[in-house]
Design a binder for this molecule. Structure first.
Ligand code: GLC
Ligand code: CA
Length: 579
């Protein structure tokens, strides 16, 4: 089907749009030579949110058994390579398990150590990798270490946490505000000091300046990597070291609210420069990396907040001895506009150190669902972007179905950040995975009122089974894209070059991916109107998000339908080497 004509004819535009702009950065220099590549360079990671994924024992809460039962879907049906599990350690579950009360045991709600071992075994048997959460910044207040620490000023574990006297005139030691709202300081009557919690007051921060904390927490890593985990996702890795002088944060004159983050409004009243990201953080991360390197082939993913790209790049380590994959939240927080996305992506690649390789995510369990933020049609375009950049994609569970946010009544909310301190709830993003049209969308056999969170209201239409039978569904498109990526060395490992924009009103983001034997053009129309763009070569359509069939010859004037993204295969004789 030929879309309606463009509003301006690109044939009459100047030729600026015709050459790909090569950018620096090692995604291009190294081009992932086969010899140097690790499994995670090629992998697509799937973020599973355990309590919401699949309930294996009928109590209404997703668990490790449910994840094991989903491996065939994830591996052979969908086609991802690695699963980031979400936390499953012993926990009071006030923060979905990011409040840990025992780092080396499994929360009974989720299973046992044996279930974990079975998960590793069954995943590896299918060629799937398991990436677990490592939550080093804070424990639960129910952790025996904290119970000891708060028991007396003289307790040997006192300095495992961050305790401070009141300010000279009384009151909290400084002005730092918590991610969950309110001060980071909580008064402890028994010992007459405050303890620091960057999140809930039930999540006291560990003191990584105490040597025993480091040794013990590094052993936690050895425990899980020794049991077969293939990597770790480090929770709030940028927060591990704070200003040792506890200086006040400056206030944010115009407010510092992040429209893309579901943070408590209190958090935005100051610039968070002293309560996190102290330069010593990099030394700790290098220590973590050194332990991970004791287990060859394992990967470190660092959750770090959005920051300037040159700061982000430091998380790779000064000698590439830091994180393998620092999370690029800045991209997740970029408005969905061709010029802005191009700018950020070019800056990302420019800033990446030699030997570095990025990971890309467009959805996350702490953010608004992609299909809610962008709408269904652009969420399909986003899928093409996610799976065709020079990066390891990280896909949030349910995004492959175009799952949208589901309002959750207060009585059913689980996210204590919102319930305790009146912040914004993240529960609507985290509702159960809809598997089929049966009761509770196949998520659980429990009664509806016992479910961890309610199932999406449109789960009869948006579920795995129904989408598998429809070649035009989200899931079919994701499967096609994943297969295309697997089969294409250019998409997996090739260099990347961007088509320069011609104006801020451009609706198209286009880039070229090139390996020695393969070349693909990716063009994304980010608006709901047809358009056209001149690309340097013609080719044949490999995938389109609209009804356009594969195999159609297109270009060099490429006409795109409203909300259409295409991947174009460039035949050998037409390949461009001028970038
Ligand atoms: C990370 C997690 C988030 C959690 C917080 C505290 O940002 O992604 O879900 O609430 O850390 O552990
Ligand atoms: Ca369960």
């Amino acid at each position: 089907m030929q879309p309606p004509g463009p509003t301006t004819d690109p044939a009459t535009e100047d030729s600026r749009g015709q050459r790909w702009r090569m950018i620096g950065g090692s995604a291009n220099n190294a081009q992932l030579a086969d010899a140097g590549a690790a499994w995670w360079h090629d992998a697509v990671i799937y973020e599973c949110h355990l309590p919401s994924f699949r309930d294996g024992n009928g109590d209404g809460i997703g668990d490790l058994d449910g994840l094991v039962a989903s491996l065939d879907y994830l591996g052979s049906t969908l086609g991802i390579d690695a699963i980031w599990t979400g936390p499953f350690y012993r926990s009071p579950l006030l923060d979905q398990g990011f409040d840990v009360s025992d780092y080396t045991d499994v929360e009974p709600t989720f299973g046992t150590l044996d279930t974990f071992d079975r998960l590793i075994c069954e995943a590896h048997a299918r060629g799937l990798r398991i990436i677990i959460d490592y939550i080093p910044n804070h424990t639960s207040d129910q952790h025996p270490w904290f119970v000891e620490s708060r028991s007396s000023l003289m307790n040997p574990k006192r300095h495992w946490y961050v305790w401070r006297d009141p300010a000279p005139g009384g009151g909290v030691p400084n002005n730092w505000m918590s991610e969950a709202g309110g001060s980071v300081w909580e008064w402890d009557d028994q010992t007459g000091q405050y303890y620091l919690h960057s999140h809930l007051k039930e999540q006291p921060d560990l003191n990584w300046r105490t040597a025993d904390v480091r040794t013990t927490m590094l052993d936690v890593l050895r425990f899980w990597l020794g049991r077969g985990a293939d990597g770790i996702r480090i929770d709030v890795a940028h927060m591990l070291m704070k200003d040792p002088g506890f200086r006040d944060n400056p206030s944010a004159p115009e407010g510092n609210d992040n429209m893309f983050d579901l943070q408590h409004p209190d958090f935005g009243i100051q610039l968070h420069i002293h309560d996190r990201r102290h330069p010593d953080t990099h030394e700790v991360l290098a220590q973590i990396r050194a332990v991970v390197d004791e287990y060859p082939g394992t990967v470190t993913i660092a959750e770090i907040e959005a920051m300037p790209w040159e700061d982000w790049a430091r998380y790779y380590g000064s000698a590439m001895d830091g994180m393998h994959l620092p999370f690029p939240f800045r991209l997740l927080e970029t408005p969905w506009r061709a010029d802005l996305l191009r700018f950020e992506l070019e800056a990302l690649y420019e800033s990446m150190p030699d030997g570095g390789w990025p990971t890309i995510a467009l959805g996350n369990h702490d953010r608004v669902r992609l299909a809610t933020r962008l709408g269904a049609a652009q969420a399909r375009v986003a899928a093409v972007m996610l799976l065709t950049l020079a990066a390891t994609p990280c896909l949030l569970y349910g995004d492959e179905l175009g799952l949208i946010e589901q309002a959750v009544p207060i009585a059913r909310q689980r996210d204590y950040f919102a319930r305790a301190t009146g912040g914004v709830t993240r529960d609507p993003t985290r509702t159960p995975m809809p598997w089929n049209g049966g009761p509770n969308a196949g998520f659980s056999t429990a009664g509806e009122s016992d479910l961890w969170l309610p199932v999406a209201h449109n789960a009869d239409d948006v579920n795995v089974d129904v989408q598998l039978t429809n070649p035009a569904s989200f899931l079919s498109m994701y499967r096609d894209l994943l297969r295309l990526r697997t089969a294409s060395s250019a998409l997996r490992r090739g260099k990347i070059a961007f088509l320069p924009g011609t104006s801020s009103r451009d609706s198209v983001l286009a880039y070229l991916r090139t390996s020695p034997i393969d070349q693909k053009i990716v063009a994304l129309n980010l608006v709901d109107a047809p358009t056209a763009v001149r690309v340097p070569s013609a080719g044949t359509v490999a995938i389109s998000t609209t009804a356009r069939g594969a195999g159609e010859t297109v270009g060099p004037v490429l006409r795109l339908a409203a909300n259409e993204a295409v991947v174009i295969d460039v035949p050998k004789e037409l390949r461009h080497e001028d970038h």
